[in-house]
Unconditional design. Structure first.
Length: 79
């Protein structure tokens, strides 16, 4: 059983990869198993998350199930 984390934009650079396969479970436990520097970036107040393609308001209470995909979307700047 696995879930997938997807890192977009600058978060891909921080993670050193675009995707990471993880075990299902509470988001807090999944993030605790990552490198601390990456986990801190993913929890930034301006980082949005999309669970299975649907934007979610906040990360509290998320439990990843088998087959879930959680994407982390950094703030976008433009000109």
């Amino acid at each position: 059983m696995t879930a997938k984390l997807v890192f977009l934009g600058r978060l891909e650079d921080v993670a050193g990869m675009g995707e990471l396969v993880v075990g299902p479970g509470p988001l807090e436990a999944v993030l605790a198993a990552l490198e601390p520097a990456l986990a801190v970036q993913l929890l930034g107040e301006r980082v949005r998350m999309a669970l299975n393609g649907q934007l979610i308001a906040e990360g509290g209470g998320i439990v990843l199930a088998d087959g879930d995909e959680l994407a982390f979307l950094p703030p976008v700047s433009g000109g």
